[in-house]
Design a protein around this ligand. Structure first.
Ligand code: 13P
Ligand code: 13P
Ligand code: MG
Ligand code: MG
Ligand code: MG
Ligand code: MG
Length: 381
């Protein structure tokens, strides 16, 4: 069977500020997903949240970009928006930027990560397992560094030295600044790994769209690499990307994929989407309530049975005491960075504030600047 994994996520409202969706919203989403499983549109589905973003994780045979599956997600998020509105929640419908998009909703606000494969459970994939990363309060390139390290650096993934992976992986890199459409470049690791790094270092402009095994031609990673402000034309909250990563066998093992997150690397995001702060790995369904508004990331893992079902149970990768150490490090890095307040590297550069109110404040002041020679002389006493 040709199986598609679709993860579609959106922030459509949250309680007490930008913290988490309400349980009534989650119940509304679960209800719609259950109906779609019942009527055969989906094989299976799982609903969770990371901070204020709800993710719907689905298996089906409709292919990537299926208008039925995308419309289901859109209608489901509309239902959750209406619950959020009734309850007076913050940011109701925030990520639903288009007016009733028809068909595929990529580019309409919700984050979309999708990949497809022949689900035959034999040969190179005798078992199928995958992980879903979901991040809140951060920019679209939050996975650039950890995915690069897992798929291009044997210091993090020693499995890259094994025969099924030694030819490396093909990175499809997207230029998220191109508003004309998805603009992609394919580069191979390890041959082009310095070129890949030269692009991925810019988390705000370039992102990983997908990663493919060079030995087997199988897609292993799909990321929702799109910029919300490129869609909306103004700041409408942070991008909060999701990613699907298949694992084991011909792909890296889970621990090789998650170990780069032990860095708690700095990303753009946090309060008003405008600071540079560490990415903290957290358990599934964590609200954003700590001091500051730290970027967070969750990671849940599933196995898929012969029929394409997966949600009978799951593994919550960051719900483990080993990650407490990383969380403490992230918090320490955050306190250090925030002790610098608004100065220089602690906040995103001017170009990244372009779509926020900070830009209005600065442009108002820019109008008042005068060349030294053109300024009126001081009135004589
Ligand atoms: P197990 O023997 O627990 O399956 O260990 C597998 C492994 O190689 C870990 O990456
Ligand atoms: P969200 O995209 O999670 O709503 O982020 C809002 C924000 O700007 C944080 O202050
Ligand atoms: Mg929000
Ligand atoms: Mg969010
Ligand atoms: Mg957001
Ligand atoms: Mg085992």
């Amino acid at each position: 069977m040709r199986l598609t994994l679709s993860v579609i996520k959106a922030d459509v409202g949250s309680i007490g500020g930008h913290t988490k969706p309400s349980s009534r919203m989650i119940a509304a989403v679960e209800g719609e997903v259950a109906k779609a499983i019942c009527n055969g549109l989906l094989i299976d589905g799982f609903v969770c949240h990371t901070g204020d973003d709800i993710a719907i994780i689905m298996t089906h045979t409709r292919g990537e970009g299926s208008s039925e599956v995308h419309q289901l997600a859109w209608k489901t998020f509309l239902a959750a928006t209406s619950v959020a509105k009734t309850s007076g929640l913050y940011g109701a419908g925030q990520d639903l930027l288009a007016d009733a998009p028809s068909g595929n909703i990529r580019g309409a606000g919700p984050g979309v990560a999708e990949l497809s494969f022949d689900h035959i459970l034999s040969g190179v994939r005798p078992a199928e397992s995958f992980m879903v990363f979901a991040a809140d309060k951060c920019g679209p390139g939050a996975y650039n560094l950890p995915l690069y390290l897992a798929f291009a650096d044997p210091m993090y993934c020693a499995g890259l030295m094994l025969p099924p992976m030694i030819k490396g992986f093909r990175f499809h890199i997207i230029d998220m600044d191109n508003t004309a459409g998805d603009s992609l470049l394919e580069l191979d690791a390890p041959a082009d790994s310095y070129h890949i790094a030269a692009l991925l270092r810019d988390n705000e402009r370039f992102g990983i769209d997908r990663i493919i095994s060079r030995t087997h031609g199988e897609v292993v990673v799909a990321v929702s690499a799109q910029r919300l402000h490129a869609i909306a034309g103004k700041y409408t909250g942070k991008d909060d990307p999701v990613a699907i990563v298949r694992n084991q066998g011909i792909f890296p093992a889970p621990e090789e994929i998650i170990s780069p997150f032990a860095k708690a690397h700095f990303v753009g995001g946090d309060a008003r989407g405008s600071h540079v702060m560490p990415l903290m790995p957290v358990p599934l369904n964590t609200p954003v309530t700590g001091m500051y508004c730290l970027p967070i990331v969750s990671c849940v893992g599933f196995s898929i049975d012969r029929e394409g079902r997966f949600a009978e149970s799951y593994t919550d990768f960051f719900d483990n005491p080993a990650w407490d150490e990383v969380r403490r490090r992230a918090q320490r890095k955050a306190i250090e960075m925030r002790s610098q307040g608004w100065s220089g590297a602690a906040m995103l550069p001017y170009s990244e504030l372009e779509y926020g109110g900070f830009r209005d404040t600065v442009s108002g002041l820019l109008k008042r600047f005068r060349l030294r020679d053109e300024r009126k002389p001081e009135a004589a006493e």
